[in-house]
Design a protein around this ligand. Structure first.
Ligand code: NAD
Ligand code: MG
Length: 297
């Protein structure tokens, strides 16, 4: 029997051990992170699994959304991303990466805290792509608080507007535009399985959006649109170094998971491709963990 030397222990496949101490203002830029997150820029290989599909990805400039955007584009989909104007440098670097591969990225900046903006982004994506059949509701905010009295009304409002209201209003705008066979994928969180005492409002918002995803899957069954959620564990992204963790916890991000390391966004992309594709035709209303073993802990 020959040894397959491309196989590697999953705990060692990406950066393991501690990260350098670092801090940014939210929403943060991934180009300024050390190390820069791996979104599959060099590794993701497409196989035409989304040929001809038209996808809108929120929070597509960085982190998990960027990894999904790279994967979708290399699988043959036309891709539009939404992000905040402060994140233009990350969005530009993604556009330039894809342009070098002969792929055009539609860039739709806008703050999803407003329902009106949610509707505008969906309509603009539909117009620019000439249709819409994949919606990835991935934008999110996370601010850690070691003391419950630190949590302001403004923080709770932002958390719920971005993490819960925006997916609802975007889905509302998309429903009349999505054809039968379309797919919606929501980025929830491992907070759904193992809520963290430092993330009270965030954990609540991610359970809420997970329930929303299951309810929406039932609502859209007759129309033939599938809806599923992905629950990532600790992943190396700007969200985590811009208030998502207490500063002193950033170096050990992910170290306490069963695989003893954080995920890289590149490790998330495959499940989004699968759920968006027609290979997942019998899959709706499901909740997928990518947690390094955390959900079974
Ligand atoms: P990220 O910072 O790269 O992505 C979050 C994105 O949300 C930003 O790029 C930004 O474009 C968008 N966003 C934030 N506020 C917005 C607003 N008001 N309007 C429009 N867009 C806004 O970090 P990420 O970790 O890749 O986050 C993507 C998703 O993954 C989020 O929903 C997050 O909650 C979820 N998640 C992350 C982790 C993790 O450990 N990083 C774990 C579980 C779930
Ligand atoms: Mg970003």
């Amino acid at each position: 029997m020959t040894q397959n030397d491309t196989l590697i222990h999953p705990g060692q496949k990406y950066h393991s051990g501690e990260f350098p101490m670092q801090k940014q203002e939210a929403p943060g830029l991934q180009s300024r992170m050390k190390p820069v997150p791996d979104c599959g820029e060099k590794s993701y290989q497409g196989h035409g699994r989304l040929a001809g599909r038209k996808a809108l990805i929120t929070g597509g400039d960085s982190g998990i959304g960027r990894a999904v955007a790279i994967a979708f584009a290399r699988e043959g989909a036309q891709v539009a991303i939404n992000y905040l104007t402060e994140e233009q440098p990350d969005a530009d670097s993604l556009a330039s990466l894809l342009r070098d591969e002969g792929k055009e990225l539609t860039m739709l900046p806008g703050d999803l805290r407003e329902a009106q903006t949610c509707r505008r982004i969906v309509e603009e994506a539909h117009r620019a792509l000439g249709g819409l059949d994949i919606l990835v509701l991935n934008a999110g905010v996370q601010q850690a608080a070691t003391d419950i009295t630190e949590i302001t009304e403004e923080q709770v409002e932002r958390t719920f507007r971005v993490n819960v209201y925006a997916p609802l209003f975007m889905a509302q705008a998309a429903v009349p535009l999505l054809p039968s066979g379309a797919s919606i994928v929501i980025t929830a969180s491992a907070e759904y399985y193992t809520p963290n005492k430092l993330l009270l409002d965030y954990a609540a918002s991610k359970s809420a959006v997970t329930a929303f995803g299951v309810a929406l899957s039932k609502y859209l069954l007759e129309k033939g649109v599938r809806v599923n959620s992905v629950c990532p564990g600790p992943t190396w992204t700007p969200l985590e170094v811009s208030g998502g963790n207490p500063d002193e916890d950033i170096p050990r991000h992910g170290v306490d998971t069963p695989l003893n390391r954080a995920a890289q966004p590149a490790e998330m992309a495959g499940i989004y491709v699968f759920l968006a594709s027609d290979e997942a035709s019998y899959i709706t209303g499901e909740i997928y963990g990518i947690t390094g073993g955390l959900s079974g802990k």
